[in-house]
Design a protein around this ligand. Structure first.
Ligand SMILES: *Cc1c(COP(=O)(O)O)cnc(C)c1O
Length: 490
């Protein structure tokens, strides 16, 4: 990395490099736009840049060697007054920005969960930026709303979700920025279904739930969140849920909503969705299902037993931006019945009224979440599903699952290692039998390799290593290499 002082380089204040501008683009004078012929040229260059990057990202160290403030120190303190050549921007991208990037698209990425991407997704994103349309209402871009409904409906079939969740039925799906937004929204709707003061309303979820559950509860105004205990596979204990609800009712509180996890973030544990759904029906709670990561797996029928009971859910969320080859942001939020959603979210000032909306024949997605403006995110998902086909996505999900299962078997056979949880999807969770220190050392050794990256975690006060297999380009070769590294250090 070439280090320069912030004052040096390409932003002369004394005009000493102004000769550069003479050879540079027409964009350096009014009206300052990049001419379309240059846009075409730079556009092709940037696509080449991205292709080169994805082709070779496995050769880069995954985490950057920088300290806080290192990148900032290389950037000017103020924005340029004079237009700068695009070449300079690209050079600084290579020299200043890239050395500070964490390479989530490396095939050696086994950290957190995947945030994968793919060429069709990137191209869809490019087209979406090119159109830069606002799809808040049907009438503000009819194709944006209709394609979003179609893709959401396709996914109902592809993932084996309840038929009634299609936009052609009483329910429907909408694309949101993140699972956190969807969960927050589910809690706001749930809150509106129950009368009484905020203090009395109670939300229930397993103690393995993602942080977005507690955060969403807080933003939605819940004062009472009960984190329910788990069984030995880290799935919610339904008997404890029922007891807690009964106790709360006896105390005069109002049980309002409960979450089922299909694939927790810690260990991909699967809560008993059907039992939780039955309890929710019995006591009148809103039942939200968080399948942020594992939802993608349901494209293969053999995983669907994990979501048995979904017809007893009121809302559901999953992230194509994790494991479905669609770059962030792309989350799906489904409701079994869209009326409570729209009743909760619709605010209708005069400037948003129009004939199409009055006719009741269209979906205005602005009423399906918090923001008004919305980008055309359905496009990249549509590009992905059409380019891979359902069979292409299934192939990769099965392959990632196979690689994870193989790795789990090797861990199990190793005398110094032990699995701490099952591997229902693509995550292998294990620890060193010598304890936390040895487990931390193992994770550190993997990450110090540079080419592989894991996110160790803690469960029930014990450290463990999480190997999450799901990056778009991860193959058996990468997992074998990871295993060699683990076996050599364990
Ligand atoms: C990743 C994850 C989330 C959060 O997803 P965002 O889209 O980043 O908000 C929520 N729940 C679970 C189970 C997750 O794994």
């Amino acid at each position: 990395m070439s280090r320069r002082s912030p004052a040096s380089g390409h932003r002369p204040e004394d005009g000493s490099q102004d000769s550069r501008l003479a050879t540079h683009d027409a964009a350096a004078k009014p009206p300052y736009h990049m001419p379309f012929d240059e846009f075409r040229r730079h556009g092709h260059e940037v696509v080449d840049w991205v292709a080169d990057y994805l082709e070779s990202v496995g050769d880069r160290p995954i985490t950057p060697d920088v300290k806080p403030g290192d990148i900032r120190a290389l950037l000017p303190e103020s924005a340029p007054e004079r237009p700068e050549p695009f070449e300079d921007v690209m050079r600084d991208l290579d020299e200043i920005i890239m050395p500070g990037i964490t390479h989530w698209q490396s095939p050696g990425w086994f950290g957190f969960f995947p945030a994968n991407s793919s060429p069709p997704s990137i191209l869809g994103e490019l087209v979406s930026a090119g159109l830069s349309t606002q799809g808040m209402m049907w009438s503000t871009s009819p194709a944006a709303s209709e394609l979003e409904s179609v893709v959401a409906d396709w996914l109902v079939d592809l993932l084996g979700l309840p038929e009634t969740w299609k936009t052609t039925g009483p329910g429907g799906g909408v694309i949101q920025m993140s699972a956190s937004d969807s969960t927050h929204l589910a809690f706001v709707i749930a809150r509106e279904q129950v009368e009484g003061p905020a203090e009395s309303k109670v939300l229930y979820a397993s103690n393995q739930s993602h942080s977005s559950i507690e955060k969403g509860a807080k933003i939605a105004g819940f004062k009472q969140v009960r984190l329910i205990g788990i069984d030995d596979e880290y799935a919610l204990d339904a008997a404890e849920l029922r007891r807690t609800i009964v106790d709360d009712l006896a105390a005069g509180l109002k049980p309002t909503t409960v979450v089922s996890n299909v694939g927790t973030t810690g260990t991909t544990a699967v809560d008993p969705v059907r039992s939780i759904g039955e309890i929710a029906r019995e006591y009148g709670l809103w039942h939200h299902v968080d399948a942020a990561y594992a939802g993608t797996a349901m494209i293969c029928e053999e995983f669907r037993h994990h979501q048995d009971g979904l017809e007893l859910a009121d809302s559901y969320t999953f992230n194509p931006h994790k494991w479905m080859f669609t770059n962030f942001d792309c989350n799906l939020f489904y409701v079994a019945d869209r009326k409570p959603l729209i009743d909760t979210m619709s605010i209708l000032p005069p400037y948003l009224r129009d004939e199409a909306s009055e006719s009741g024949q269209v979906i205005n997605y602005r009423d399906w979440h918090v923001p008004l403006g919305r980008r055309f995110r359905a496009l990249k998902l549509w590009f992905v599903i059409r380019s891979y086909g359902a069979e292409g996505i299934r192939y990769h999900v099965r392959e990632h699952h196979r690689l994870a299962t193989d790795l789990a078997a090797r861990v199990e056979r190793h005398s110094s290692l032990e699995l701490i949880a099952p591997t229902p999807f693509g995550l292998v969770s294990f620890r060193h039998v010598d304890g936390d220190e040895a487990t931390n050392a193992l994770a550190a050794a993997i990450n110090e390799s540079g080419w592989a990256h894991v996110s160790p975690s803690t469960i029930e006060d014990r450290r463990f290593v999480r190997v999450s297999i799901g990056q778009t380009y991860t193959t058996a070769e990468h997992v074998d290499r990871l295993w060699d590294l683990i076996a050599a250090r364990a």
